[in-house]
Design a protein around this ligand. Structure first.
Ligand SMILES: [Fe+2]
Ligand SMILES: [Fe+2]
Length: 354
């Protein structure tokens, strides 16, 4: 109890003197899952200019996340990087990003993002970081990492005259030439086999880049075979999905599966409902984050530490120019819930685009 309280104070003090609610301290631990934390950094979009020059703002977002993660006390057990390390999948970008991540004092697990993949179909990324999907066990929790940003073979192999054009087309948020992401048959078969060895009582944490749920197809906040993946996770009593890609706070509950997104260190995306031409498909549970000025370089970006207890995750969002937020699983309602968020009166309304 004491160390947990100290941890909360210390962790909060790293970025701001926020008073965090003591309800955190009251978490009971599951029989099997020993409580622990891990860091989560995502979507740094390191962008090469020329020679040794990179876009400074994206660099600084990642540098800060790494520095603050290293300062956490007690230390997280490991760190996840949630994908989109580079902007256009170039060796220069992946190398530069990898050298910044190498400054983390913890083992780092990597997730593939579309910006890392579509130049050489993940070849250089895999050389640097290893397999694109894998699983491991940690303190009674089964972790699974999926490459969720694959798409149809026709689009990948036959549509574009050059690899660079393929990368550019997939890099745009609302480009109709893009193609829906998917986990695909091969990985789903692997996942089914992997999970068949795991007891349904074991807490499950699945990491993907795109949401393993369908939020908004127009921006590829979407995974085409989400339902099929969810069907494999559904039998687990405590299934949790953490995803990057959307550069904003989202959370949802589908059956036994809790979903939490993570922030980008680079830039925020607007919420789908700000796109006036399409109906909002943001999960009803989600309270949108406070969006301030999109022209301010650090607006609504950040990193997070994840608290695992009772087989569920609590996402602690460390926002660089905004008040921290915490989304915790609420056992009473059986879904993630904001523990700290900006009340409507303190929020700046999101911008309306188009
Ligand atoms: Fe991204
Ligand atoms: Fe992405």
């Amino acid at each position: 109890m004491t160390s947990r309280r100290n941890f909360i104070r210390t962790a909060a003090g790293v970025v701001a003197a926020n008073a965090l609610p003591m309800t955190w301290v009251e978490c009971a631990f599951a029989n099997k899952a020993e409580n622990f934390t891990f860091g989560y950094i995502s979507d740094s979009h390191i962008q090469h200019i020329k020679g040794t020059e990179f876009v400074r703002n994206w660099d600084r977002g990642l540098i800060r996340a790494v520095a603050e993660t290293n300062l956490l006390s007690p230390k997280p057990d490991f760190v996840f990087f949630g994908g989109d390390l580079g902007q256009l999948g170039m060796k220069e970008e992946l190398d530069h990003g990898a050298s910044m991540l190498a400054k983390l004092n913890y083992k780092t697990h990597m997730v593939m993002g579309e910006h890392d993949y579509y130049l050489d179909l993940g070849e250089y990324w895999s050389k640097l970081f290893g397999p694109q999907h894998y699983s491991f066990d940690h303190k009674g929790v089964h972790f699974v990492v999926l490459n969720s940003i694959l798409t149809y073979d026709d689009w990948t192999y036959h549509r574009w005259p050059t690899a660079a054009q393929r990368m550019q087309e997939m890099a745009g948020l609302d480009n109709p030439n893009g193609s829906p992401f998917m986990v695909g048959d091969t990985q789903r078969k692997w996942l089914a086999k992997d999970l068949s060895k795991v007891s349904k009582d074991t807490p499950l944490i699945v990491l993907s880049h795109s949401p393993l749920q369908k939020i908004y197809r127009g921006w590829n906040f979407w995974t085409e075979d989400a339902e099929q993946v969810q069907a494999l996770l559904a039998p687990f009593k405590n299934a949790n999905v953490l995803y990057g890609h959307v550069h904003q706070i989202q959370y949802n509950q589908v059956g036994s599966i809790a979903f939490n997104s993570v922030m980008a260190t680079a830039w925020p995306w607007p919420y789908p409902q700000s796109y006036a031409q399409a109906a909002s498909q943001l999960p009803k549970l989600t309270v949108p984050m406070n969006r301030a000025d999109p022209f301010f370089e650090r607006d609504a970006t950040g990193w997070q530490f994840i608290d695992v207890g009772t087989g569920r995750v609590t996402a602690n969002y460390q926002l660089y120019d905004n008040k921290s937020r915490t989304v915790a699983f609420d056992a009473a309602t059986g879904q993630p819930q904001d523990v700290i968020y900006q009340p409507p009166t303190a929020r700046i309304p999101p911008q309306t685009h188009y």
